[in-house]
Design a protein around this ligand. Sequence first.
Ligand code: ATR
Length: 286
Amino acid sequence: MPYPTINTKLVTLLGNPLGHSVSPHMHNRVFKKLGIDCCYLPVEVTEDNLETVFRALTKMNVIGCNVTIPHKVGIIQYLDELDSVAQTIGAVNTICIKNGKSKGYNTDGEGFIRSLEEESQISVKGKCFFIHGCGGGSRAICMTLAFKGAAKIYISNRTFTKAEALSEEINSKIAKCSVPVQTNHEDQRNATQACDVLVNTTSVGMHPNEEELPFDASLINEKHIVADIVYNPRMTKLLKTAERKGARIVPGLGMLIYQGAAAFKLFTGVEPLVDEMSEEVHRLMA
Ligand code: ATR
């Protein structure tokens, strides 16, 4: 089949900078493997140009977009419709475009939960979570956990007022299950002892600061599942420490792969080949 042709569809990634993104490789490999006539193209765009670029894309042969830093919140004002999960999270990482109309979704939380449930063989429903960090990744994860019936979500953050605000939002919008936690040792200890899963959603431990730990190692025990959304390095200091203490671990690459898999399904209506996506990501990160 000649490629590309006038019938070839596009999916674009909107963000800035995009130099190290693995998403184009992950999606293009599966488009090719499944014989889907579509190409995933990274488009670096500044905030000043976002509206012009996005509106033009909706008038082209574009079936969808992924959105990344710094546009996950800013893009919302240009969309025709918003899925209820994305609306509650207040950020969009996936857009479907049909007949010139756009609808925004957020697959980050879903990607995290699928990775957690598959890699640790647990179900989120009824479990207690200690979430460290209050940025965009944390919002998506906490809101989705609350939607999926988590029993308790303790939120800890360097800036406590942000933890209070996020907890309050979860309790008022979704379910009364969230409690903010101060970063002193006693409060963190009490919260983590009551939890099944501990999650780092901050950038602490990310390359090049690989020797940093987001929270004290003494908080982790062998009953915990410890997840990190940092995926560079694949095995962060937090994950290595948790493994040494006998805890089960969930590395961040899973969330990256499954948020992409959920987006692929939304773009095409077709189940993606998750193993192919995973292999491509691991190959690129090696
Ligand atoms: P993202 O949207 O990618 O999740 P973000 O919005 O920049 O990223 O949020 C980063 C999170 O990591 C925040 O919770 C931030 O804490 P503050 O709210 O106090 O800023 C946290 N964070 C970043 N660097 C940190 C550090 N060195 N120590 C502790 N927390 C840190």
